[in-house]
Design a protein around this ligand. Sequence first.
Ligand code: URA
Length: 205
Amino acid sequence: MLEIIKHPIVEHHLTILRDAQTSNAEFRHSGDVISHFLAAAAFNGLPLKAKDITTPMEKFTGSEVDCDIVFVPVLRAGLALLDYFKFLLPSAKISFVGLRRNEVDFNASEYYFSAPQFFDHTQFIILEMMIATGGSVTSAIRRLRQEGVRNFTVCTIIAAPEGIEIIQNEFPEVRIITASLDRELNSKRYILPGLGDAGDRWCGV
Ligand code: URA
């Protein structure tokens, strides 16, 4: 299940992210704006339960989100998405997966992992700024599945078709939401047209 967000504001901020002249302050801002749209799409359809309240005028039955959610930013660049996700759903828990890309064979190796307590119905939302080979996301899903996690959504700003195919082949049930499906990977497994190294640009290094 691949969902690609189409919105003029998203297009506008993707262009800022892609531009090599963009400062790291502008880069972070545009990443935040797009994260807002990703979060809104990821939360669309969350179950609600009735909540009785009293307005200043009368009694009223409203709604509250009835779901246990864990955000999983893939370190480093996945942190770029976290602020807006927790802004929209501050009660969610947070788990971290630290993966380092090996520049020789491009495989992802884990250097940090933490997960909170969860239930069978808990939904895990994996946050990754770019999906290139799909290595970091498949490693994160495999690792969380070892712990017993079953429900996954993956949110990313830019994805390459190669990475999406790898994730969908191994985990066809996973919902993937992206702001852009780019053309292809180059020989160094960077995304084209892409935006370069997302982690470096977001961290300002
Ligand atoms: N990670 C990045 O930061 N950029 C790419 O193009 C691919 C993976």
